[in-house]
Design a protein around this ligand. Structure first.
Ligand SMILES: *Cc1c(COP(=O)(O)O)cnc(C)c1O
Length: 411
């Protein structure tokens, strides 16, 4: 795989205008509104005929620069930034869904995404069809003319289930359904979503892009690969100048109505994160593979789950899609919930916290925390077990991390 283009463009995307002082970092434009020289110059900006910012809920130069760096690095037609991963997801789904439509997905989802689909959208008459996405025949049975999207996570968390993207995208093509993928776990510096048929990529930039876990953010990456001319409420926008019908719907309506855009301060911090993303990701992923391999043979560990291990059920699929770097997160099972809590309480270096892909390694018991407010029955449907520990691997020396896990498991 060639990553040069990515790293270069992530570091060296030019500014829209030369900076009067030659600032090497994109300035932070902390302003709500923008002044125009004439009344005539306001009309094209306010009606979307050019990209001049008019009001920062809608667009802001620092945020636009963040979007542009990702667009150049991914080759996307359009990138839209939000104030969290959840607002990127909700904007994307609000753009395509309407009462009577359905979204085909898996119960193996980030907790709030599951809740948004199962409880929030369903109360507006949008059906969430939870099915086994590893069973293509079952998926096809669930797709119909009212399906407005197939939504998935490329590696689910904490189940570590890997989606067969070529198989699923072929089904989507055949049925005229856009494929939306949450790729938070394997960032775009490593994984070419478009090559695997993903039409709309969604990332919680809170995680790997921000790196130091200093800010919340999310992006929608639109490859303009889907033909929206036959798809329900977006068909009227298809073929209009200014981008794909999907991006137009979001930019002109959903994004400004929901008011969940990224702040310029966050964009500044996350631009810094982009510059080191590829290096951080690879280092943590190498450590993760090493840890997952070694933790499996420690006493008390019942099973280890990491798609980068040969014995993982999705190893080959993962290798084909993500190469040697299938995300710096692994899980393992201990004998009981009490054992899991005891392990967490004994950790000295690894921090007890939610979040993924901080520079610091983090450990959590998903069933009692992230998924703690779901009923036991829903947790069972999601395959979230009481015995599972999740480790998000950071940038520490792998030997130090291993020693911490080893001593925390020790009787
Ligand atoms: C964290 C996460 C989200 C939500 O992102 P926020 O930035 O916390 O809103 C969505 N999907 C996945 C896979 C995540 O890990």
């Amino acid at each position: 795989m060639n990553h040069t283009m990515n790293e270069e463009t992530l570091l060296h995307t030019p500014y829209p205008e030369p900076d009067p002082y030659g600032a090497l970092n994109m300035p932070v434009y902390l302003t709500a509104a923008y002044e125009f020289p004439t009344a005539e110059s306001m009309e094209p900006a306010f009606t979307g005929q050019n990209a001049d910012p008019v009001y920062s809920r809608i667009s802001n130069p620092t945020v636009m620069h963040f979007e542009r760096r990702i667009a150049r690095a991914t080759g996307a037609a359009e990138v839209i930034a939000f104030n969290s991963g959840m607002s990127a997801i909700t904007n994307a789904l609000f753009a395509v869904a309407s009462a009577g439509s359905n979204i085909v997905t898996s119960p193996h989802l980030f907790g709030n995404t599951y809740s948004f689909l199962a409880y929030t959208l369903s109360s507006f008459g949008v059906e969430a069809r939870f099915c086994d996405l590893t069973n293509l025949a079952e998926v096809e049975k669930n797709l119909d003319r009212n399906t407005c999207a197939l939504f998935l996570e490329v590696i689910t968390n904490p189940q570590t289930e890997v989606a067969d993207l070529k198989g699923l995208s072929a089904l989507c093509r055949k049925n005229g359904v856009p494929l939306m993928a949450d790729t938070t776990i394997v960032p775009f510096t490593e994984f070419r979503a478009k090559k695997f048929g993903v039409d709309i990529e969604i990332v919680s930039t809170t995680k790997y892009v921000s790196g130091g876990a200093n800010s919340l953010g999310g992006v929608i990456i639109d490859y303009n690969t889907f033909d929206w001319s036959h798809s329900g409420k977006l068909s009227v926008l298809a073929g209009q100048p200014g981008g794909s019908a999907f991006a137009l719907k979001i930019r002109r309506e959903i994004h400004r109505n929901l008011g969940a855009g990224m702040t310029p301060h966050t964009a500044f911090m996350q631009i810094q994160g982009l510059e080191t993303l590829a290096i951080r990701y690879r280092r943590a992923s190498r450590s993760c593979r090493e840890l997952a391999r070694r933790v499996g043979s420690l006493p008390g560990v019942v099973a280890v789950h990491y798609p980068g291990l040969h014995e993982h059920p999705y190893f080959e699929l993962s290798q084909a899609q993500f190469g040697d770097y299938p995300g710096p997160m692994f899980t393992f099972d201990l004998a009981s919930k009490a054992d899991s809590f005891r392990f967490l309480n004994r950790l000295r270096l690894i921090r007890r916290a939610t979040n993924l892909f901080d520079n610091k390694s983090l450990a959590i018991h998903p069933a009692s925390t992230i998924f703690g407010t779901f009923t036991e029955q829903v947790r069972r449907q999601m395959d979230v077990r009481d015995t599972t520990i999740r480790i998000s691997v950071g940038l520490e020396e792998v030997e130090e991390l291993y020693r911490d896990i080893q001593q925390a498991l020790h009787e």
